[in-house]
Design a protein around this ligand. Sequence first.
Ligand code: GLN
Length: 276
Amino acid sequence: MTLLEALRWGRGALAGGESPDIDARLLLMHAAKVSRTTLLAFGERPLSTAERALFEAFIARRQGGEPVAHILGEQEFYGLALEVNPHTLIPRPDTETLVDLALALPAQPLRFLDLGTGTGAIAIALAAQRPGWQGIAVDAVKEAAELAKRNVARHQVAVTVREGSWFMPVRAERFGLIVSNPPYIDPIDPHLGQGDVRFEPLSALIAEEAGLADLKYIIEQAPAYLQAPGWLMVEHGYDQGARVRELMQQRGFGAVRSERDLGGQERVTLGQWRDN
Ligand code: GLN
């Protein structure tokens, strides 16, 4: 079986799934340890027995619903390969909207805080793009904090990972920017029973009060940890923008606005904190 034949077979095996073409290609690239270019240019190269067995095993796992990121053990985010595992959310392209927005702030080199960092995706992307910035990334889940540490080491960025709930590990510290992609899905949302999210931890996905509880807590507490004028930037659900803007305004944030994700939905809201 050649690379090209394997690719066709894989696509067929995953037909009816969410993204058979991309999934089959990524799984084959990893099973045969080839780049996308090699796959396109040398499609006639035969697979070894071991490569073929591995690819078939990958396809079978994907047919069972497992996310590609879990099968490969990694996911790309903002051009960086990040290790992932079932203890955290799989980084999403929509979250790159938050990173873009943070990078567009008129900010000097600053200290930033990433709450509920998971894989470390947001903090690592920011630090990779802004070598002068210093990040603290926090996660309450031990395995997530350990994973984030490995990703920081892999990319050699100026991020320190601490384990603990929300602001607990940064008592008495101040930041120019606080970012977070907290859990924000309503616990009764039917999407939780569909697709890749079934394999992600609920601790990273759901929050009480129709998904708003953690966002509320972060917005309420953030001013005590911001160095004025500092920014708070949070990701939220597609239908939570108005409510999150209102929460920030009520708390005393200024310049509050939301940004849309790649799908055109309001996904990130930011506000500025000034003293007085
Ligand atoms: N955007 C993700 C989803 O809809 C959820 C991310 C989160 O809860 N922070 O699956």
